[in-house]
Design a protein around this ligand. Sequence first.
Ligand code: CA
Length: 225
Amino acid sequence: MKLLLVEDDPGIARFALRGLAAEGYVVDWHRDGRNAAASLATGSYCAAILDLGLPDCDGLDLCRDLRAAGIDTPVIMLTARTTLQDRLDGFDCGADDYLPKPFAFAELVARLAAMIRRSGMRPGRIAFGTLRLDQIAREAFVGTVRLTLSRRAFDVLAALVQGGGPVARETLLKSVWGSDTEVSDNSVDVYIGTLRRVLAAHPDAPTIRTLRGQGFQLVLKNETI
Ligand code: CA
């Protein structure tokens, strides 16, 4: 499971990174709010650990912006601010949990696991922005709205979400159609066209960009690449 750690104190960050890796998490680390916001906007994390005092912004604002953008990645806040009002402010901004510094690592791990369990982000669930796919149930959602997709269209969409960047036409053909030699290049275009129409019905949904010579990439609305 992939986590995002947003912490400007390298000592705390390295301590957390070591421990979380030992717990089996894959962790991306950002020291500032700007990069954290860009990564969180992809919606590809099963949870985020967010320090409140960041060099370029307040973690509360970052969390508030995330929720306003429709990203519901579970967030646990780490902070030295420990008054009741501080905790209430955290929840008010959309945080799911709150852990005062200094903290015991075992408590962070336990709270993370509980938070991820509550969020329903189980193995097999992948996301990009407001788009969420359950690969076991083979269901796709934008926010809470279920998309009606054929089996192949779901597979193409899943390959794009998992790609995390440009996905070549050949990669799509191989991962979705496998060794079926009857399929033509045109099939990819047909399914991409279908997915674009389905996604376009949802104003908050990502869109599919065609990148000349590179393939296709999911992008957030208004994102330039
Ligand atoms: Ca800090």
